[in-house]
Write a protein that binds this ligand. Structure first.
Ligand SMILES: [Ca+2]
Ligand SMILES: [Ca+2]
Length: 220
């Protein structure tokens, strides 16, 4: 039996061609498939592919506003209960006042925070200012490091970027601060022209959802 015996009919030729096809295609299939699986499917679908992404933030603020009237040396404790499942970009406290009783003798405010009831590593802040400036005191904390809310273009896997831009539960709890008023009155004979001030206290937590859009480069 020589080679011609394998190919002397059209049916035998077809069978030989089929055998050769599978001899070639199986090694190629098994060589290529693990590569495809390793890059994409096993390590989490599309999130495993490193790519360039347009990163933006859909922001939703959670706010608390209160107003207090304080006399000289009076203090007020303000509490902001923050519970959210969302990521928290920043938490800001702004205190303002507008002393128009005797504008040349501006009242003042001193603020000390208390972060002892907050999840995560944060530092207490302390600051003071004059009612001639608005706001008198601004304090800000970042549960998401370096958060600005501005758009970014980043390269990496989707998982890497979502881990980078996350607050991981930090920042929830009861934010607290104590405001102490200092009233400065113009020295006017016959009466006191200023003995109190109205302070506005605004807490804002900026929560966000991450929006990732792959950057598709169109070849010219
Ligand atoms: Ca005053
Ligand atoms: Ca006043």
């Amino acid at each position: 039996m020589d080679f011609n015996d394998f190919v002397d009919t059209p049916r035998k030729q077809l069978m030989l061609a089929g055998s050769v096809f599978f001899l070639l295609i199986f090694p190629i299939y098994f060589a290529v498939m693990p590569t495809l699986i390793g890059d994409g499917l096993v390590s989490g679908g599309s999130s495993g592919i490193s790519a360039e992404w347009e990163v933006s933030f859909t922001e939703t603020p959670i706010s608390l506003t209160e107003s207090v009237n304080l006399g000289d040396g009076d203090s007020h404790d303000s509490f902001f209960d923050l519970e959210t499942e969302s990521n928290i970009g920043y938490v800001m406290l702004e205190i303002s006042c507008n002393d128009n009783d005797d504008p040349a003798f501006n009242d003042e405010g001193s603020v000390t925070s208390d972060i002892s009831q907050i999840t995560g590593e944060f530092e207490d802040l302390s600051d003071s200012g004059s009612c001639g400036n608005s706001p008198v005191v601004t304090m800000i904390w970042y549960p998401t490091t370096n958060y600005t809310g501005g758009n970014l273009t980043l390269t990496g896997t989707e998982n890497e970027i979502r881990q980078l831009w996350a607050s991981n539960g930090d920042g929830v709890g009861t934010w607290a601060a104590t405001l102490t008023a200092e009233i400065n009155a113009a020295p006017v004979l016959g009466g006191i022209v200023d003995n109190d001030e109205d302070y506005d206290i605004v807490w804002t937590a900026m929560t966000y959802e991450l929006v990732l859009t792959p950057v598709v480069e169109v070849e010219a």
